[in-house]
Structure formats: C-alpha cells, structure tokens
Design a protein around this ligand. Sequence first.
Ligand SMILES: [Zn+2]
Ligand SMILES: [Zn+2]
Length: 277
Amino acid sequence: MTQKTNYHTHTPLCRHALGNDISEYAKAAYDAGLSILGFSDHAPFKDHDLGYRMEYQELPLYFEQVDCLKQQYQGLMQIKKGLEIEYLPYYTKPNYSNHRNFYEYLLLDQKCDYLILGEHFFTDKDGTLFNLYNVADTEAYITYAKACVAAMSTGYFDIIAHPDLFGVNAFSWDKNCDIASDLILEGATKYHVVVEYNANGYRRGIQNYPDGNRYMYPLENFWKKIIGSDIPVIIGSDNHAPEQIWDYAMVRAHDYLSNIPVALIETIEDNRYNKKK
Ligand SMILES: [Zn+2]
Ligand SMILES: [Zn+2]
C-alpha cells in the first residue's frame, strides 16, 4: 500500500450513519492518515423517496458541506465530492437544467468528482422497480446485473459498489449467480468501471445461509472470478461511522487483497490512466 484512500464514505445526512457532523468523518480520516477521502452519501431522487438517505432538498447542503471541507483540508488531505447512487433511468428523466438527466446534472452542474453506482434498487427494461434486499428468486439477480451493465455503459460511474450485494438474500449459490456475476464483470471490463471490494460486509458479520455460514458479501464465489484478471479493484470502507473509516474491516480487506493476484488500485485516477493506454 502506497497510500490510504477511501472513496466510499457516508454522512449523518443519510439518517443511518453515526456522528453529529460530517466534519467528524474528515477528522477521523485525517487522523488515520488518509491522503484521499471521498464522500459518497446516498443520493436522493427528486420525486421518489427510496428511504435511507437525505431529502432531495438537502442535496445543496451536502454539497456545501463537502466543498467546505475541501477548502479546510487543502494541502493536508484531498477531499472528493461524490455520491453513491442507483441507476434508475425511468426515475431520472430530463428537467435538470440543460442536461440530459440527473447524472449529468450532478457531474456537470454540481461538479461531483465521481459517482459510485450502488444498485440497492434497480429497474428492469419496463421500468419496474426492484429492491435487491427483497427479491423472489436468484433469477432477479440477472435483472440486477443487466441494470448494472446498462448503468456502466453510460460512463457516469467510476466505481461499482458492492457488485456482490445480492448475497444479502437467503439463497444458495446457483447458475443464476454465475450468470449475474459474469455479466457484471464483463460490463466492468468493457466499460472500464472499477469494481469495489466492500469492507462493510465484514462489519455485518457472518450469517447463517442455506449454503452455509458466510458473509452477506463479499462473496467468495464472486471474487474467485476476479482473481488473476486485470479488472481494477478498489477497497471501499462504506463507513457509516467516523471510526469505521480505517478500522479492522479495512485492514482485513487490504491484507486479503494484497496477498492474492488482483489489480488493486488506490485512486480512481489510476483507472482513468489505464483507460488512455
Ligand atoms: Zn448506507
Ligand atoms: Zn454505501
């Protein structure tokens, strides 16, 4: 490891993260010796309340808070302004100033440094909304994977967060899991999207599933497919408390990935550079 970075950080604005103020997160990151801290709170949607996130009206406040920290830590630690956001083309149609959709509005008007794709919710080709935490069967994972690929093809997202989040469901690994995983990894390769190894899965603990005791995610069967490939991988803390920015889960994720053949990167610029090659 040449530097400590984390692009996946939440804030108290999302209503399920601890702390009173976003500045506590920046201080914790600085104290832990991070060179880059990327804020990526859950993005709200204008006319659709998906829960677990700030109000749409609070978006300007969030940007203001992050911009303020950027100034404050100038020369000490790079602060990046991002969001973790679902790709919901049916929910994010035009009407965002001069841009084609919400994502362009965030990147171009609001000057977000990056967007992380976090498909907790996803739509099928007809626009029906699904919640990945509550699907009927593993066939839905294929719909999820296709939604992820459609998202990655837009070029709006630098990172795909917890691509193996489907592991939260109580189903055994089957052929659909393989198909979904392969689709996601092919998409990430084709569209140069960084795949996130999400340390928050460790914090959620080992659970009892039909296929045995395991973490919800990261899923071993998913990550087996990445080992030995040149798909860029980044570790995300996905912290919902200041002290989680660099905790045992982050150390463990680094220890694990540093000792196996994966293309681990520390900054998203590393991937952008690869794109030009
Ligand atoms: Zn969250
Ligand atoms: Zn997150």
